[in-house]
Design a protein around this ligand. Sequence first.
Ligand SMILES: Cc1cc2nc3c(=O)[nH]c(=O)nc-3n(C[C@H](O)[C@H](O)[C@H](O)COP(=O)(O)OP(=O)(O)OC[C@H]3O[C@@H](n4cnc5c(N)ncnc54)[C@H](O)[C@@H]3O)c2cc1C
Length: 393
Amino acid sequence: MRFEFTEDQIAWRDKIRDFLRQNVTPAIQQEKRNSDPITNGPLAKAFLEKVKKKGWIGIGWPKEYGGMGETMVKQFIFLEEFRTAKAPAIGMTLTSLAPTIMSVGSDEMKKEWIPKIVDGEIELALGYSEPDAGSDLANLKTEAVIDGDEFVINGQKTWNSEGHVATHEFLACRTDPDVPKHKGISIILVPIDYPGVKVLPIHTWGDVRTNEVFFDNVRVPRSNLVGNLNEGWTYAMMALNLERFDIGSIADVRRLLIEVVDFLKSTTVDGEVLSKNTIVRQRVAELYSELEICKWFAYAAAAMIDEKKFPMKEMLMGKVMGSELKAKVGDIGTQVMGLYGQLRQHSKWVPVNGDVERLFRVAPLFRFGGGTNEIMRDIIAQKSLKLPREGAR
Ligand SMILES: Cc1cc2nc3c(=O)[nH]c(=O)nc-3n(C[C@H](O)[C@H](O)[C@H](O)COP(=O)(O)OP(=O)(O)OC[C@H]3O[C@@H](n4cnc5c(N)ncnc54)[C@H](O)[C@@H]3O)c2cc1C
């Protein structure tokens, strides 16, 4: 058992670090702060073009689809370095949805769609949740009925975060209403600019714009079906597991904590340097310890994937712990900075560029995103502790 990177992994990390040091400018970081956390501005887009030119889109993807065919550990090192550098994010289309299409899509679909996804010509929004289908996702009602060579889609999605910037929906639809709920769902790629699709905004507390999306007799070619008809539940779970893995990365908040500590060392309140206050020291030390544990959790899961094992409990635990820690860094971070902690980024007195205050507002999303932490804990209880299903006798 070795809890350290190999020489090859260290060389990879250093290569990425060098690139990020040269290319993530304060202007890019500021653009990110000024925009919706999931929308890339012009500087972020130009930066991501450079990443693409390096061949770093899809590190774990097969080479034939423009990837590097690399390990999950290397992919995770890449993600952690990007987060530590506050670099623009590689979106969910590339990290969870395209890999799912690559695993289960037909050869024709992969040949047609994957190069366009790599080029950024196609971006996907995640069309799962509905007004009556969140935690109980299998309850979804948006229907897709086969009519000749087309699906005809009717229904409504909600909390559709990238619906206003994406080109297509990765849409979970009911294609067989007469079988048990999980067995009658399919995933269909639906162009958002098709007639009958309407996107309306929902603005949330953490500056994230999400959307309601309505489908009114939207006609889509049958060839837009991902994988097999009625097997969408399995594919949705596949993509969700990758999304949960992503949420489990806490590299960004680890860096933020170090910035908070720097602020505490250099700020005096009521004649005392904040970093000398016992309560403040206890709280940041506790956070630092928990973040260290969480980091190794995620790497353990990545290493297991490379060994062809399925680290379900590690991924779920990482998602729960990582998202709770993000909220905790936002909470404790704003507290230990005293009244400064509540200032927003445009105040001249704001500490750490307002990143902690912003994290405080955006963090609840991570507890919900990819499935709520209550549901994740319930699955851990069932699968790892062999407890009965909730409500079962
Ligand atoms: C800002 C934001 C962006 C989002 N983006 C997307 C997106 O892009 N695409 C998408 O498809 N979805 C998205 N979601 C939706 C998100 O995945 C759901 O909010 C989440 O799955 C919970 O569903 P719900 O909101 O219907 O809550 P509910 O399922 O109604 O849950 C409400 C509360 O009850 C708890 N609860 C429910 N059932 C149980 C149970 N059996 N045991 C214990 N506790 C339970 C939940 O944990 C939660 O705390 C987003 C949500 C938000 C807030």
